[in-house]
Design a binder for this molecule. Structure first.
Ligand code: TEU
Ligand code: CA
Length: 543
């Protein structure tokens, strides 16, 4: 790995997230794999993306679909081999695509060598790689809860100790206070950098500096000290992108993480706009209506706060979230228009846009029988709420709205069996709508959601203002429009979106007839100030 000049290439890039087990199966075992991804590099190049963020493919017992890693330096045989991985990195490069690995540094699998050793005795050299508290069986160190239900403490009778886990019992938290843990992780990161990866997505990175005795999960006091050390020891040695998952980030925290001096990370995923339709103090399953005005204010706030002193990631979707078109669009009669509108809205902002597989096709949520769900979080919640006396239909409604499996159904390649994802039995059923929503149809259709995404990616490359322009919110209190400007010294954009399924009159002044329309999701219509349902336009002015 040679010292290299930082280009900040990721400021003009669009990143595509692949959830490998659901992307493309190359050998008929029903599970997507690395060779499947290699087969689809042409598709990705055609879309125009610059990098792929791969959800974890490391060796793992798959308790949480790979977010429980048992060997950070090997590939799970389900996905292929280390050689396949090297091959993917090399082949992707030929298509001008970089590969971003998903590092889970907050916890490992309980089947990791470190944990197996750690459990042997209190004196074992690996014992202190994890977080232990003495105690008595049944008397928990405190009442902290784990992400996927139950206590965050698990009793190990042989040691008469509890270990701490913020997620499932098979995901023990690593002890970042231990310098040996940190240095092992840094060498592993450098090993991947030497293999030529384009960057890292860092799972729940704001939870690494937890202090369980004080009930602190994210943003612990030593968080930024750890991140800066890691960045110095690893990331800063290459021209890579780093994006941390930070559920607890406020704009001020995000500015530290994404400080333009490069001392920490390139950017973080914050979730303020994602959590708007939840109820304060309740679980994500307890949904609430979407507050549109608040959505505008929250996104605008992030745009303004990070302008020139940080960097935003832009996303609607990932492997944990319901499909955006089903959430904030309309997945029935206006699926195509609303999917495009949401794309325009996001890709017009400042930051690095992320596209989650299938989003570029306008893929939708699913409604399965409970037997057909696979996600540990969904299944645990189902059991827990059944025991608490919730009705079947209440539970299923939450699952339809929020289950992570909404995002994890197979990628819809074509209208053949199982959406062309596998020739075998898929590990999770395909969404039955693949007959109408699939890539094969959309790549050749100039009016498809796919073509819209492709166009937006091209525009972002062509006009500098997408990366550099200052953001200004328009019509903040208007109940129909989400509209804003982007402006630098030479260029100005107007991004105007009718967020709802009714015609709406836009009250903005502007010489629209004579302005260049960079993109619109409808044919030009007679009355220029009337926007059709979910109509979105981008106007451009050269100053
Ligand atoms: O998710 C972090 C996280 O906080 C999740 O529990 C999130 O709240 C939940 O998925 C919302 O439904 C990351 C990964 O993205 C997720 O897939 C992993 O399960 C989790 O970390 C544990 O590694
Ligand atoms: Ca396979």
């Amino acid at each position: 790995m040679s010292e290299c000049k930082k280009t900040n290439w990721w400021k003009k890039a669009v990143i595509y997230q692949i959830y490998p087990r659901s992307f493309k199966d190359s050998n008929g075992d029903g599970i997507g794999d690395l060779n499947g991804i290699i087969q689809k590099l042409g598709y990705l190049e055609n879309l125009g993306i610059d990098a792929v963020w791969l959800s974890p493919v490391f060796k793992s017992p798959q308790d949480d679909n790979g977010y429980d890693i048992s060997d950070y330096q090997d590939i799970d045989p389900m996905f292929g081999s280390l050689e396949d991985m090297e091959n993917l990195i090399r082949e992707a490069k030929k298509h001008n695509i970089r590969i971003i690995m998903d590092l889970v540094l907050n916890h490992s699998s309980d089947e990791h060598y470190w944990f197996k050793e750690a459990k042997k005795s209190r004196e074992n050299p690996y014992h202190d790689y994890y977080i232990w508290r003495d105690g008595e069986e049944g008397i928990l160190p405190n009442d902290m809860k784990a992400g996927f239900g139950g206590s965050a403490w698990e009793w190990v009778p042989e040691l008469k100790q509890y270990y701490f886990h913020q997620f499932s019992v098979k995901q023990p938290d690593l002890n970042w206070e231990n310098p040996k843990v940190r240095s092992e992780l840094y060498s592993m990161i450098n090993w991947w950098m030497n293999k030529g990866v384009g960057g890292f997505r860092l799972d729940v990175i704001d939870q690494i500096a937890k202090e369980p005795d004080k009930n602190i999960t994210n943003n612990g006091p030593k968080l930024h000290e750890f991140i800066q050390e890691m960045s110095r020891e690893t990331f800063q040695k290459g021209d890579i992108v780093t994006v941390g998952e930070a559920w607890g980030a406020t704009p001020d925290i995000a500015k530290m993480f994404s400080n333009p001096d490069g001392s920490e990370l390139s950017m973080v995923f914050q979730f303020e706009h994602i959590m708007l339709d939840t109820q304060e103090g309740k679980e994500k399953w307890d949904t609430a209506p979407l507050p549109f005005i608040k959505l505008k204010k929250v996104l605008a706030h992030w745009q303004q706060e990070l302008y020139q002193c940080g960097w935003n990631s832009l996303f609607w979707n990932n492997h944990d979230l319901p499909r955006i078109v089903s959430r904030w669009g309309n997945d029935k009669e206006y699926r195509v228009q609303s999917a495009k509108m949401l794309a325009v809205l996001l890709h017009g902002m400042q930051g690095t846009p992320y596209i989650y597989q299938g989003e570029e096709l306008g893929m939708t949520n699913v409604q399965y029988q409970i037997e057909d769900y696979r996600d540990i979080e969904t299944l645990n919640m189902y059991k827990e709420r059944k025991d608490k006396g919730y009705s079947e239909s209440e539970i299923m409604d939450s699952i339809y709205a929020r289950s992570r499996d909404n995002a994890r159904t197979p990628m819809q390649w074509d209208d053949s069996a199982n959406a062309g994802f596998t020739e075998g039995e898929p590990w999770i059923k395909a969404n039955p709508d693949y007959a109408v929503i699939n890539a094969a149809d959309q790549i050749k259709d100039p009016d498809s959601v796919f073509t819209c995404y492709k166009t937006l990616i091209q525009l972002r490359k062509k006009y500098d203002v997408f990366a550099s322009g200052r953001f200004g919110l328009l019509l903040p209190d208007d109940a129909s429009f989400f509209a804003y400007t982007r402006e630098n010294q030479y260029e100005k954009l107007y991004v105007i979106c009718n967020f709802y399924g009714k015609d709406a009159l836009c009250q903005l002044d502007g010489d629209w007839e004579n302005m260049e329309l960079l993109y619109g999701n409808y044919e030009k219509n007679g009355k220029i100030n009337i926007y059709k349902p979910y109509e979105a336009r981008i106007y451009y002015i050269k100053k």
